[in-house]
Design a protein around this ligand. Structure first.
Ligand code: BGC
Length: 430
């Protein structure tokens, strides 16, 4: 208890995911994009506010919704890791694309296995610790055809894939996160249906959640037999949930929301991981209202003026609140995502600085936090609820026409913070 420093050996870095940055992926989401791009472009007016429509007219174009070449990170990972290293990152989170490794059932692609070996070696060479996600939502096409996570068998297929990956890369990786935000994928893909597979069914959503839980259990069950050094995590998205104006009905609504969004997840996953990856973006000021954003029951009231390009409220103290809540599970925590869409880089530097101040506060209260990964290293294909390319989350700007990378000022500010905090953590207490 009581340190006001980041612990020694703290991991500093940024995160990406395969489908959002690699380019030319062929999975169940790529097909969905093709089938839905036109509809998404046509309905952008209804989805976004006037100021967003004016500022980001790309949202009316079909190509905004097709991941396509994305950032071509598949070919440019060395250049991108050079940038991360120049920004003093000592760790990097990314995901392996299942559809590349196992494009057909049971047939593993040796060339792609080799590819990720090179990716991992490139990180190691630069002194960056890899944090590897095995599934950041899209699935191989054949898994999609078998019903994706609606299908009980998917957990078994996932185990076979994970086993192969573990044994291939066991000397290169210590930190694994088999699943990225299983709760979000279920809520958006199987309950609200606004991202693939586009299903709206409570029953199916429940089954998908159970199957994902089983997948994590299976993987956790075998991991230590492959290497006792493995640390297995699971990432979880957390709003800082607060009752709007402390009205009694909103207090109840906030409790209900917290139960479904957090309590259920932690209960289901706490026994099948060594650490939690907490992903925090914004607060949710719960106002009970039919037709709201959260399962049609609650709306997120806007009470903070500072907002990202997506209209997300910037609320740095919220990160300390979610970290305290996650700490109740008594597992080490890595912040595996935190960031904002900010195309002009107006807020990002300050955003990081203020959030880190609150991370430090949580550490000083005794919360065991061991790493911070900004979302994202690069601008990328923002596929959550199929928003597309216009929201810019990168420390590094990407020109999608030329693939030119430009390091944003906030990335340099983050570098200075990393260096200062690291120097402070190495100093002896007086
Ligand atoms: C997801 C990322 C996404 C980010 C911003 C997270 O929930 O894991 O893939 O880009 O949110 O929306």
């Amino acid at each position: 208890m009581g340190t006001n420093k980041f612990p020694k050996g703290f991991y500093w870095g940024a995160a990406t995911s395969s489908h959002q940055v690699e380019g030319n992926t062929k999975n169940d989401w790529t097909q969905w994009e093709k089938d839905n791009a036109k509809r998404l472009a046509e309905t952008a007016k209804a989805r976004w506010q006037d100021w967003q429509q004016e500022r980001f007219p790309e949202m009316f174009k079909e190509e905004n919704y097709i991941s396509g070449a994305a950032c071509d990170h598949y070919n440019r990972y060395e250049e991108d890791f050079d940038i991360a290293k120049s920004l003093s990152h000592n760790a990097h989170r990314f995901s392996i694309e299942w559809s590349r490794i196992e494009p057909e059932e049971g047939k593993f692609n040796e060339k792609e296995i080799e590819h990720y070996k090179k990716v991992l070696t490139a990180l190691r060479k630069r002194g960056m610790e890899p944090f590897v996600t095995l599934w950041h939502w899209p699935n191989p096409v054949w898994i999609g055809e078998l019903g994706a996570w609606e299908n009980k068998e998917t957990a078994k297929y996932f185990l076979r894939y994970a086993e192969r990956i573990f044994s291939e890369y066991k000397d290169l990786v210590k930190f694994w996160m088999p699943l990225n935000e299983p709760g979000t994928d279920v809520a958006l893909g199987y309950l609200l249906g606004n991202q693939p597979p586009g299903i709206r069914s409570k029953l199916i959503a429940n089954a998908a959640f159970k199957n994902l839980m089983q997948a994590q259990k299976n993987v956790y069950g075998i991991a230590k037999s492959v290497s006792p050094d493995f640390q297995i995590g699971c990432s979880h998205f957390m709003f800082d949930i607060k009752p709007y104006h402390n009205l009694p009905w909103n207090i109840i609504a906030a409790k209900i929301m917290d139960y479904f969004a957090n309590h259920r997840f932690f209960k289901a996953f706490n026994h099948s991981c060594d650490f939690f990856g907490i992903q925090y973006y914004q607060p949710f000021f719960v106002n009970a209202k039919l037709g709201g954003q959260f399962f049609g029951l609650f709306e997120n009231k806007k009470v903070i003026e500072r907002q990202s390009n997506l209209g997300w409220q910037i609320f740095p103290e919220g990160i300390a609140n979610v970290l305290r809540k996650a700490a109740r599970n008594k597992k080490p925590i890595y912040i595996t995502e935190n960031g904002l869409a900010d195309c002009k880089d107006e807020y990002r530097g300050k955003f990081i600085q203020e959030h880190l101040k609150f991370v430090l506060q949580a550490i000083s209260e005794g919360v065991d936090i061991r790493g911070y990964f900004h979302w994202s290293l690069l601008d990328n294909f923002e596929f959550v609820e199929m928003r597309g390319f216009w929201p810019r989350f990168g420390l590094v700007e990407v020109d999608y026409k030329t693939q030119k990378r430009t390091i944003r000022e906030s990335a340099w500010e983050y570098k200075r913070m990393i260096e200062e905090y690291t120097a402070a953590s190495q100093q002896k207490d007086a």
